[in-house]
Ligand binder design. Structure first.
Ligand SMILES: [Zn+2]
Length: 89
């Protein structure tokens, strides 16, 4: 199930509209501090306090916990496969 985030969210790398978010394997709704992966280009972003997206700081990117890094890699694998199959929107 997808959840509304911030209607003005766009990927900070490719500009793809990201007004919906879907948990990888859960019904988890996005919360501030959660990681987002762009469905179009697989860029990593962080949900800010108002659920807008921002780039992770260099320190955040270098210090994601191992389980988060694994989830990012897995999500990027899924989004790249999705993008190859369905193309960019
Ligand atoms: Zn993107």
């Amino acid at each position: 199930m997808s959840h509304k985030t911030n209607q003005r969210n766009r990927c900070l790398e490719c500009g793809h509209s990201l007004e919906l978010a879907t948990g990888l394997n859960t019904e988890h709704k996005p919360n501030p501090g959660d990681v987002s992966i762009c469905i179009s280009c697989s860029a990593v972003a962080i949900f800010d306090g108002d659920l807008s997206l921002r780039k992770p700081t260099d320190e955040e990117a270098a210090n994601f916990p191992a389980e988060i890094s694994q989830e990012i890699h897995r999500a990027q694998t899924v989004t790249r496969a999705w993008s190859r199959t369905f193309g960019r929107n």
